[in-house]
Design a protein around this ligand. Structure first.
Ligand code: NAP
Length: 250
């Protein structure tokens, strides 16, 4: 029978884990036995509440603030986690933002802010964990992309470009790290109920989803937990797992 705590003894770093999908991932990985590092950018009270929820359920977690779009802060985050926990076995690149607008009116700041966090942030965190993971010849990396990176979306050229970039980054890293026992996969949520989707006009969105409803953060976290766990997902790498109610097929 499969273990209910396949991540026991492992440390999992989840970026952007104070709210939404990242919070759900943190709770799921803690339930799977991992010690979880709850990264956040500014919501310190929310991050502390995630840590408290994990501790109350008998799990292990601590919070660490860092802007994962900033090279120096990423370096500080990874160093602190290695000092505190001794290893990073699972990295979930989840932190992300939107700065929507039609391309013709999109200013360079909004383009760059989304690329800096949603794409370069994934690169910076992956590069920073590469050496310790390669040395220990074991690791799981899961990047949170989006179906928008597969299909494009009017008003989200910056976000779609970053998320498509994450898919190319995932596949390239998967090829580079495979021989060292490290898998790298992406999870592509469709429309999920979080702060990010709170103000969307749902009518046209629901019409495009075969399952005719938005997904939950828990449903995304379940897919991430599967990809992070051994031995169930040990032979899966370079893949994009969609959690989108059937919105994008083929
Ligand atoms: P959310 O509710 O807005 O939460 C975003 C999280 O990212 C927060 O924990 C936030 O921390 C953190 N964050 C923001 N900027 C950061 C930075 N510079 N450094 C570190 N952390 C930072 O977002 P979500 O909906 O859960 O989305 C999570 C991921 O799923 C994103 O990559 C998003 O693109 C992707 N996704 C979401 C959907 C959806 O429908 N919601 C669909 C597809 C993909 P603070 O609380 O400190 O600000």
């Amino acid at each position: 029978m499969a273990s209910t705590t396949p991540l026991a003894g492992q440390t999992a770093l989840v970026t952007g884990a104070s709210r939404g999908i990242g919070k759900a991932i943190a709770l799921h990985l803690a339930q799977a036995g991992a010690e979880v590092v709850v990264n956040y950018a500014s919501s310190s009270a929310a991050a502390a509440a995630v840590v408290a929820e994990i501790s109350a359920a008998g799990g292990k977690a601590y919070a660490h603030r860092a802007n994962v779009g900033n090279e120096e802060e990423v370096g500080g985050l990874i160093k602190a986690v290695l000092e505190h926990s001794g290893s990073i076995d699972v990295l979930i690149n989840n932190a992300g933002i939107t700065r929507d607008g039609l391309l013709m009116r999109m200013n360079t700041e909004d383009w760059q802010a989304v690329i800096d966090l949603n794409l370069s942030g994934v690169f910076l965190c992956t590069r920073a964990v590469a050496r310790p993971m390669l040395r220990q010849k074991r690791g799981r990396i899961v990047n949170i992309t989006s179906v928008v990176g597969l299909m494009g979306n009017a008003g989200q050229a910056n976000y779609a470009a970053a998320k498509a970039g994450v898919i190319g980054l995932t596949r390239s890293t998967a090829r580079e790290f495979a021989s060292r026992g490290i898998t790298v996969n992406a999870v592509a949520p469709g429309f999920i109920i979080t702060d990010m989707t709170r103000d969307l006009d749902l009518k046209p969105i629901l019409a495009a989803i075969p399952l005719a409803r938005l997904g939950s953060a828990d449903q995304v976290a379940g897919a991430v937990r599967f990809l992070a766990a051994d031995p169930a997902a040990a032979y899966i790498t370079g893949q994009v797992l969609q959690v989108d109610g059937g919105m994008v097929m083929g």
